[in-house]
Design a protein. Sequence first.
Length: 313
Amino acid sequence: MMKKLSVIVPCYNEEAVLPAFYDEITKVAAGCENYEFEFIFVNDGSRDATQNIVEAFAKKDERVKYISFSRNFGKEAGMLAGLEHCTGDFACFIDADLQHSPELIPEMLKAVDEDGYDVAACRRVDRKGELRFKSVLSSIFYKIVNRISETYIDDGAQDYRVMTRQVIDSILSMKENIRFTKGIFSWVGFNVKWFPHENRERAAGDTKWSVTKLFKYAMDGIIGYTASPLRIPLYLGILLLFLSVVYTVCVIVQYAVIGAVFLLTMKVTLFAILFVGGLILISLGIAGEYLARIYTEVKDRPKYLIAKTNCDK
């Protein structure tokens, strides 16, 4: 029997690009004669005609499956839903906007099916077409998370990858509600072959990733894979204790030499109060972020709700 590849495509308001994407991905599938394909489109609460277009694909192509969420749950939920419903020997994540190059799939399949790799993943080699400040923020994020976390995440690593069934099952075994898939990919490990991938312009439509969403995503990544921020108040407390001792000694010496130091003491005391107050609020904020995520995990709500699907047929 031919082995099957499940192509998982998270979609959010992608009506403008879906026809072009479908044409490209089916051409790639036609060239992989030794493999069976299924295409799982996960509609993440789109407000345009995305679902109608996908259902039209399904009517003419039995390989097309769809999962439509009851509302927007985010790309992470869409990727999880695709993995939970895929039936292939291999699974592939790919974006619908054609910034991921579908023509790489045959090489990636060869890497996992013939060359002994567990994962074939793409790593961005440039950030062409991306706003400069977003590129800078992304670079800073990877440097921070790799310095403080025990899980190393490759700078430029993309969600675009092909995985074996063993890797799929390993990812599904991780049950956390707040998911940071790039971290999960790194945490599960396995033997990865990296493919350099040049950035492509979107075929149509606009990016769905605002700076606010990217910042939240980065926070999920940092907090989800390291407890180091919780140690910051401890280190700052030790530093402030040391500085307070030094300051006290300086005041005593200054008083002994020139006498009154009232005005200087008042200014420094005011600064110290504001500085320490700020550190306390930062510390509470860090603890609050972890507490909020614990609260979310304890509630254990569904990661997504399906309004409509043909995956069970």
